[in-house]
Design a protein around this ligand. Structure first.
Ligand code: ADP
Ligand code: ADP
Length: 228
């Protein structure tokens, strides 16, 4: 089942920067895809387009074989995780994680249970009452992952989520996200400029950048490291 089909996508920003050229990519159900490449090669642009954040200049993108505007009405959910945790500093962790449910107007017992589950998945059960500033960088990132997964998204898009963290914290979170992906059958697209991270995490690495804004190679990863 295709989750996303991007066909011959170009993206030219208003200032004339050509950020994507003829990008064609399929994301299938259950895949963990890494978009790998140097800074400025168009990874974030492609991810944002897959998130429905911004128009394409040419080409076409489908979500579950539909246009983006009907995705929500079909009950499909996308979640986006940014590089910085982007938590609301004035709100406790639990309220931060609740935000997408508030936006969906999901309330009551069911919502509370989902928040508990999300916090538990990322190992923050004890920290729902804390403010973001009371948490380490890694824990803040865990909280923003909890916020993403609280809606039980059909697709999770992550833009260098661990890029700002120290190496040990990052390695720990890599293992956690891998474990969650394996356990839950999520579909993930993950932007990174780390070859190690791409190969360690993904089922498929999409390499961008030898030519600006282009996908240059796709590599299927067949269990390169012992996992789980
Ligand atoms: P990456 O994520 O691989 O670092 P980006 O997708 O962020 O690459 O950027 C691709 C190119 O588009 C870069 O040259 C960048 O400077 C440019 N770019 C990104 N966003 C904008 C924007 N809003 N307006 C103009 N140029 C942009
Ligand atoms: P992480 O990889 O989650 O950032 P750290 O190395 O920062 O982990 O912290 C290790 C552990 O120490 C955390 O999992 C948590 O249990 C505890 N910890 C970190 N920061 C705090 C804090 N502000 N208050 C209480 N416990 C903390």
């Amino acid at each position: 089942r295709p989750v996303i089909q991007a066909r011959h996508v170009d993206k030219i920003y208003a200032n004339g920067t050509v950020a994507l050229q003829d990008a064609t990519l399929d994301v299938r159900q259950g895949e963990f895809i890494s978009l790998l490449g140097p800074s400025g090669c168009g990874k974030s642009t492609l991810l944002r387009i897959m998130a429905g954040l911004g128009d394409v200049s040419a080409g076409c993108v489908k979500w579950w074989e539909q246009d983006y505007d009907v995705v929500g009405s079909k009950g499909r959910k996308l979640a986006f995780v940014f590089q910085n945790a982007t938590l609301m500093p004035w709100a406790r962790v639990r309220a931060n994680v609740r935000l997408p449910l508030d936006l969906q107007k999901a309330a009551g017992e069911h919502a509370e249970r989902r928040i508990d589950t999300a916090l538990e998945m990322v190992g923050l059960s004890q920290f729902g009452g804390a403010y973001p500033r009371e948490l380490s960088g890694g824990m803040q990132m865990r909280a923003s992952i909890a916020r993403a997964l609280v809606t039980e998204p059909d697709l999770m898009l992550m833009d260098e989520p661990f890029g700002a963290l120290d190496e040990m914290t990052r390695n720990k979170l890599n293992d956690d996200i891998l474990r969650l992906w394996q356990a839950n059958g999520w579909t993930i697209v993950f932007v990174t400029h780390s070859v190690y991270e791409a190969v360690y995490l993904s089922s498929r690495v999409v390499v961008m950048g030898a030519r600006p804004g282009r996908i240059v190679e796709e590599i299927d990863i067949d269990e390169p490291f012992p996992r789980g």
